[in-house]
Design a protein around this ligand. Structure first.
Ligand SMILES: Cc1cc2nc3c(=O)[nH]c(=O)nc-3n(C[C@H](O)[C@H](O)[C@H](O)COP(=O)(O)OP(=O)(O)OC[C@H]3O[C@@H](n4cnc5c(N)ncnc54)[C@H](O)[C@@H]3O)c2cc1C
Length: 409
């Protein structure tokens, strides 16, 4: 039965020290206040509060790991089930996106280039435009949204809200240049030459992490993040092996099953699965099988070749069985994390990275190049939507201070 959000809101204790907000939420969503407004039927005000704090609230309501965050920290959950805030947030924020009207703010005379239109880029573009900056978003793909559009499958995240963000940005005066890669024909130096006062880099992590094993370049192998961009573009066959046990691997498994694969097996090196418990459960419900203790050694024309782990009683890997295990399948999908692409670093003098290729930033989110700021996965490595929003908000504060516009709202 669907969650009845009015009943859920009435279960909220309105805690003075609301752990759901202060401990559970990386952007400190004012949950008790939102629920109070909701109970009083002041939906527009509740929506405005959510949007102001987190423009991606409509997305976070659907894709955050709520049991690790707000709902996992709800006092009600200690003896009973926690208040299902995500359902309330989904209703309020979706309603707000439909109803709210945006107007172009008065210009403050500064301009900012935003590179990348994932959650970090959209958040920064909206917040800077609301401050009166002239914002241009450069996006290498035809559509905005980053992972929201080209990674998370539509059965988990409908794409309508993302279209809505495009029209909100448009109403606020943000110019979007799709299908334009910075670090390709245009570089950050070109952006500076053309008068942008600051640049915000939010390019994410779109290079699959290789396993560095023989066979990775074979025709029967795909990288998970490439597959999810356009699953229909790959002929995966009936039997698919997924290497890796994170959330991306679960999305790959579930997508492959929807694409017609009859057997999908997810192979994990140990008993540890980095995907959230919910995502694992859904993958199993959809029909994926999880096999633990398989360390991949190579991929041949038939499929992956594994060493099989030996576990102790606590489930730690303590060694490997003799011999190799060949698993026959049509397609092997590698989903073993992501790294940033290096286009911007190769074309921008002085842009420093750490040993994983992630951009280094100071406490104001400025990179090693003055006036160039960064946040989201390109700084943190693969994280979550809400962490990208939190980083973008900090970077907006840094940009606002750099531009001499006073304190950010
Ligand atoms: C398959 C998958 C499932 C996920 N599921 C969840 C989930 O359920 N919940 C959750 O919270 N998080 C999830 N995440 C993680 C989350 O989506 C990311 O942490 C988040 O999208 C990062 O936001 P971002 O704005 O930093 O980068 P991205 O979303 O990666 O956006 C970066 C954008 O920059 C563009 N770009 C890159 N280089 C250039 C360039 N040189 N010039 C112009 N444009 C460029 C890209 O095309 C992209 O649009 C998932 C990630 C993946 C891959």
């Amino acid at each position: 039965m669907a969650v009845h959000i009015v009943e859920e809101a009435n279960r909220c204790l309105g805690c003075k020290r609301a752990f759901c907000q202060i401990k559970g939420c990386p952007v400190s969503t004012p949950i008790p206040q939102v629920i109070t407004l909701f109970r009083e039927r002041r939906i527009d005000e509740a929506g405005a509060l959510l949007f102001e704090n987190n423009p991606m609230s409509a997305v976070c309501a659907l894709v955050c790991n709520h049991m690790d965050q707000c709902e996992g920290n709800c006092i009600r959950g200690r003896k009973d089930s926690p208040v299902h805030f995500s359902s309330i947030e989904q209703y309020v924020s979706a309603t707000y996106l439909e109803r709210a009207r945006w107007e172009r703010p008065e210009a403050n005379g500064t301009s900012v280039a935003v590179i990348g239109s994932g959650p970090a880029g959209i958040t920064a573009a909206i917040k800077l435009a609301q401050r009166g900056c002239a914002v241009t978003v450069f996006e290498q793909r035809p559509e905005i949204g980053g992972v929201l559009e080209y990674g998370i499958p539509a059965f988990r995240l409908p794409k309508e809200p993302i279209r809505k963000y495009r029209s909100i940005m448009c109403a606020l005066g943000v110019r979007v240049r799709p299908s334009t890669t910075i670090g390709g024909a245009l570089t950050i130096d070109d952006l500076k030459r053309d008068g942008y006062d600051a640049v915000f880099v939010a390019t994410g992590t779109w290079r699959a992490r290789k396993l560095d094993i023989p066979g990775e370049a074979r025709g029967n192998v795909i990288f998970g993040i490439d597959y999810l961009v356009d699953p229909a573009g790959f002929a995966i066959g009936r039997d698919v092996a997924v290497i890796g046990a994170g959330n991306v691997a679960m999305d790959v498994a579930r997508t492959a099953l929807r694409q017609g694969a009859r057997r999908v097996t997810v192979y994990a090196r140990s008993r540890h699965v980095s995907a959230s418990a919910d995502e694992v459960e859904y993958a199993r419900l959809d029909g994926a099988e999880l096999v633990f203790g398989k360390a991949i050694e190579a991929i041949d024309g038939q499929g992956p070749v594994f060493r099989t782990a030996v576990f102790d009683e606590e489930g730690n890997v303590v060694g490997y069985e003799e011999g190799l295990d060949h698993a026959a399948c049509d397609t092997v999908v590698i989903a073993a994390s992501q790294l940033p692409k290096d286009k911007l670093v190769l074309t921008t003098e002085g842009l420093s990275t750490n040993d994983r290729g992630l951009l280094k930033v100071d406490e104001s989110s400025m990179t090693s190049v003055p006036g160039v700021f960064a946040a989201g996965d390109v700084v943190n490595g693969p994280m979550t939507v809400v962490h990208a929003v939190a980083g973008a908000k900090r970077a907006v504060d840094g940009i606002v201070a750099y531009l001499g516009l006073g304190k950010s709202s």
